[in-house]
Structure formats: C-alpha cells, structure tokens
Design a protein around this ligand. Structure first.
Ligand code: ADP
Ligand code: MG
Length: 326
C-alpha cells in the first residue's frame, strides 16, 4: 500500500465502523469538484490496525476515500443520496455536510460530500448515534421472515455477556438475528437515553471506541467529560449548537417525513474553542409513507416507526447541561 498521499484533515473515519481495508490513494473523479482548498503535508500511520488513523488525519473504513478539494467520498448508497438531495433544500442544510453528487472511481460509485473537519486544527471528534433503536423495522421483519440461527452472533453475544443467551440458545450455540439485534441495543444507552457514544478521537491519542456498554447517565457523563477534557466553554459551544439544531428540526420537512435510524451527530471542536455539530450517516434513513406521522419522541412499538430522535437529542442536551453543574 502506498503511504504517501496528500493529507486531509479528517481523523475519525475509522472511529466506529472500522471495517478494515483502507483506500488511501488520491482519486480521479468524474464529476465536478467544489471550490474548496485542501492542505497537504506528509503523514505517518499511527497505532493499531483496529483503528486506522493517521497523524493529522484520515481514518478510513472500506467505505471511504479521500476526494479532491476538501471532499470525502463515501461508498454509494442510493437511500443516502436521496436524503442528501432533499437535505440540500431543507432547513437542516446548515447541519449536514454539503453534498456534491456522485463520482465514480475504479468502477465504484461514491457520494461526494464536504469533509467536515476542513476548518479545524487538530480536531477532537466524536460520533454519537442518535435514536432509541439502530435497526429499521423492515430489517427486523426480514430477519424474522428468514429465521436462521447464527453462530457468529451467539459468539459475539457471549463475548460481551456470557450470561445473555437463553438455555435454548446455549444448547444451540446460536441466536436468531432478530433477537441479537434487539439484545445489542439494550447494552448501551440507546434504549435508555436514546443516544449512544460510538467513539471519539482526540489529537495525538488513540481512538476510543469501547463504549458498547456505556449505558448509565453517569457513565455517559464520564465519557463526555473525557472527550471535552472538562472544558466548560466547549460544552457551552456544543449545547448552543444542539439547541439550535433542536429548533431547526421542528421546522424541517425532511425530519417530518423520515424515519431517522442509525444516523449520528458528529461533534468536532479544537483548541481555539470552536465547537460544531452536524448530522451525518443517512444510509438507514427512510421516507415515511404519505400522511404517516411520527413525533420522534414516543416510545417505539413495532409498527409505529418511531425513531426516538428528539427524545435522544433532548437527553443528550440534558446530560451536557448536567455536566456544567458538576
Ligand atoms: N462529511 C464528513 N466529514 C468528516 N468526517 C466524516 C464525514 N462523514 C463521516 N465522517 C466520519 O466517518 C465516520 C463514519 O461515517 P458514517 O457516515 O457514519 O459511515 P458508516 O456507515 O461507516 O457508519 C464518522 O464517525 C465520522 O468520523
Ligand atoms: Mg455511522
């Protein structure tokens, strides 16, 4: 693998969803490129295979590539493209990366978007997945329609909690995917607070992704305090952003008409005191049927499509507010 590429200021790609397989070459793109500047300097790989990131930059999952002119390429997903096209015309636009269309590279299509880390110096980056569940109702249905005992999921379950499988599952050494998906949500703060920390990365430190069992308010506050290094100015900055986002969500047509599942808030700050929050990852965000309404706060009951997005956001705002009084 060639290890010299123009640098990009985008540390956290690998943060959570490190699926291995970094692609680190500069791209030849086939669509227009936006007029943005990118910096360049050398870089060196740092640290573990699990979390690939580089000094001053880039954490790649197999899903991402560096684009030109301060952009980032994410493997094409039609649903996500449709979301970005609508978001570019929605009141939420200031809270999502700018979308620049589809580009092709090595026979693979990518959605090209703004790299949100462009204007930060040595950024601190955190990915928080928002909502009271992270799978879609139809994923659950599909898993039920084709019930297959899964050994791999049994093993993952036992690795986290040896007591979790039922006697029957223990005997089969397998669990159903639908059961695994629902169990997994109960481990973290997803079901209790409506959000969970996927991971964060501080400058010159390893990625921290060990939050699968960070569930109680106290545990979450401890992790967030670590991320902001107890800097109340940064907490205030994030709170201001989250409250603005909360207001804009109330007015957004996009939000009214979509079930937002598996989406994250990306938190970025640096030592200048600048702190920003954006919504990212719309791969699992789907349009609701016409006239179907959700309030994004009510508890989820299968069939009501509630995603708990606003409930999670309110809890996150509460938690950060509590941190100011510690
Ligand atoms: N536009 C962006 N600018 C900067 N970093 C981004 C951007 N989009 C995603 N990332 C980084 O990549 C990580 C994974 O992105 P995401 O869209 O959530 O993909 P996945 O489907 O792999 O979860 C995020 O946690 C974030 O650190
Ligand atoms: Mg994601």
């Amino acid at each position: 693998m060639a290890l010299k590429i123009p640098v990009f200021t985008c540390p956290l790609y690998c943060l959570l969803s490190c699926r291995g397989g970094s692609s680190l070459s500069k791209n030849s793109q086939t669509s227009h490129t936006p007029d943005m500047s990118s910096s360049s300097s050398g870089w060196t790989p740092r640290h573990s295979q699990l979390c690939m990131y580089f000094d001053n930059i880039v954490l790649f999952t197999g899903s991402f590539q560096v684009g030109e002119h301060g952009t980032l390429l994410k493997k094409f997903c039609k649903g996500e493209q449709q979301c970005y096209l609508k978001l570019m015309k929605d009141s939420l636009r200031p809270f999502v990366p700018a979308y620049h269309g589809v580009v092709q590279k090595d026979n693979q299509d990518y959605n090209m978007m703004e790299n949100l880390l462009n204007n930060f110096n040595s950024p601190y980056i955190m990915d928080c997945k928002i909502g009271s569940r992270t799978y879609l109702e139809n994923e659950l249905q599909l898993a039920r329609e084709r019930p297959q005992p899964r050994q791999d999921m049994f093993e993952k379950m036992v690795a986290v909690d040896p007591g979790a499988p039922t006697a029957e599952e223990q005997a089969q050494k397998a669990v159903l995917k639908s059961r695994y998906m629902q169990w997994r949500e109960t481990l973290s703060s997803t079901t209790t607070l409506g959000f969970r920390i996927e991971g964060f990365k501080k400058p010159n430190e390893d990625c921290q992704t060990n939050f699968k069992k960070t569930k109680s308010k106290e545990q979450v506050i401890k992790a967030l305090s670590d991320f902001v290094e107890s800097n109340t100015q940064i907490v205030w900055g994030y709170l201001r952003q989250l409250r603005q986002l909360r207001q804009v969500l109330e007015t957004s047509d996009f939000f009214k008409t979509h079930e937002v599942v598996g989406s994250s808030l990306l938190f970025v700050h640096d030592c200048s005191g600048k702190a920003r929050v954006w919504m990212i990852d719309f791969a699992k965000t789907v349009t609701l049927p016409p006239h179907f309404r959700v309030d994004h706060q009510s508890p989820w009951v299968e069939g009501n499509r509630e995603d708990g997005y606003l409930w999670g956001l309110d809890n996150l705002i509460d938690v950060l507010t509590n941190m100011l009084h510690y």
